[in-house]
Design a protein around this ligand. Structure first.
Ligand code: B16
Ligand code: MG
Length: 206
């Protein structure tokens, strides 16, 4: 492994719980119940696709303009919640593992669907550990499209087969496979398939 490409939500930090709270507030305003089990479908998915799934759950149709406003209002709430996060939100072993492989000379990239990724890395004080950041602002095609990981590989100036992707979503694993990278699944519930190795958290790799 010359390069390591990390997904953010579910691998380094559990932002899914804040996404859920912010989406739930929107569902409450729209007058339907959005359950935690429904939220599973939003993991690793882009913001607009998440909104479409949420509206599908509520049986609501909306115009493009309404959808943009809803997504903006959810993001505003989500960012307000993130204001208070710090290092204590890092998942088990994440920072230690990043530091260990960096010391071993492995190049590190972020490969996340989130447009808020740079802000989250700053809050967690781990921006400096990344050589390359590929996030929702720099990709046009969502996972399972391999674009996010191919850009990571390119940014690190390596070949796909020299890189390993760390992912917690099935769509992300599929994207990494299509990119030609190795894949380690962060699979705390034992539900993922098609990876080279499965761990509950990055700490298990130390
Ligand atoms: P934002 P990841 C993803 O992060 C989340 O898992 C997903 O739930 C979210 O909709 C997506 O980022 C977009 O996030 O609204 O902040 O741009 O797992 O790809 O790191
Ligand atoms: Mg994820």
């Amino acid at each position: 492994m010359k390069g390591a490409i990390f997904d953010l939500d579910g691998v380094i930090v559990d932002t899914a719980k804040y996404h859920y709270l912010a989406w739930k507030e929107l569902a409450d305003e729209l007058g339907f119940e959005f359950k935690e089990s429904d939220n599973e479908r939003l993991k690793g998915v882009s913001r607009m696709r998440s909104l479409e799934i949420l509206l599908e759950v509520g049986g609501i149709t909306a115009t493009e303009g309404e959808k943009i406003k809803m997504a903006e209002s959810k993001n505003q709430r989500y960012v307000e919640m993130l204001e208070n996060i710090d290092k204590s939100e890092l998942l088990e072993g994440a920072e230690e593992y990043l530091k260990k492989i960096k010391a071993d000379g492995v190049l590190i990239a972020l490969g996340s669907a989130s447009k808020n990724a740079p802000f989250i890395l700053e809050k967690l004080q781990i921006t400096d550990l990344f050589d390359v950041i590929v996030d929702g602002n720099s990709v046009s095609k969502a996972k399972p499209d391999p674009e996010v990981f191919l850009k990571g590989v390119e940014g690190l100036n390596l070949k796909p087969e020299e890189c390993c992707v760390f992912e917690d979503s099935q769509a992300g694993i599929e994207a990494a496979r299509k990119a030609g990278c190795g894949v380690i699944a962060i699979d705390k519930d034992g539900v993922l398939t098609d990876a080279d190795k499965y761990v509950k958290n990055l700490g298990e790799l130390l």
